[in-house]
Design a protein around this ligand. Sequence first.
Ligand code: ATP
Length: 235
Amino acid sequence: MALLEIENLSVNYGAIQAVRGLSLTVEEGEVVTLIGANGAGKTTTLRAVSRLMKPLSGTIRFGGRDITRLPADEAVKLGIAQSPEGRQVLARQSIQDNLELGAYTRRGPSVKADMYEMYERFPRLGERRDQLAGTLSGGEQQMLAIARALMSRPKLLLLDEPSLGLAPIIVREIFSIIRDLNAQGTTILLVEQNAKLAMNASHRTYVLEAGQMTFTGDSAQLVNDERVLHAYLGG
Ligand code: ATP
């Protein structure tokens, strides 16, 4: 049984069909990438999984359970966390407050323990724990957005454009964090503009075009696929 199973999903914004009949699976332990041009429906797909968007039709199952109509906070409790596009950290709150927010569905001493674990995993956050999130660099904000999502102890981490607007050296750091998280057992569904980097960091890739899936396969193979290269790598 796949950890995440999306079947025939359609999501609309009014009359705009953002996602049309999309099916995909994410197995436990995998990193799966969604790539596609702007407006292909990648963010909308993630938002449907984290239950921030209501699907028009189709089914989303998580650990075998139908979550298609589950409220978003219940999805967090089940183990789905999203690091959104544009990071969306609370600018006027400290790093520590942002991390606490990520643990809003949890109680007890394990929350503090996890926060210290985040400070170890992301030393730059640890050094600045009382600093307002809005004063952090783009890369630090991205790390905070990921750490905040991890504070809910997700089984499935949804990452939306983690490399967006960051310098190449920071992008490499973020991707090394993604690899480590996966090696330590977190399943990841990743949306990325940087297709090559994302394919190199993932097991499988789905290519979306105008809300529909056009190709899927092992990332190692698709990264050399002429069609994908041509369409998304400018090659
Ligand atoms: P990007 O990389 O630009 O974020 P994407 O693949 O994530 O692209 P989505 O953001 O999922 O694409 O958008 C899919 C379609 O839905 C696009 O046609 C977009 O214009 C439309 N759309 C997205 N958000 C809204 C919204 N809030 N209201 C109306 N239409 C929207």
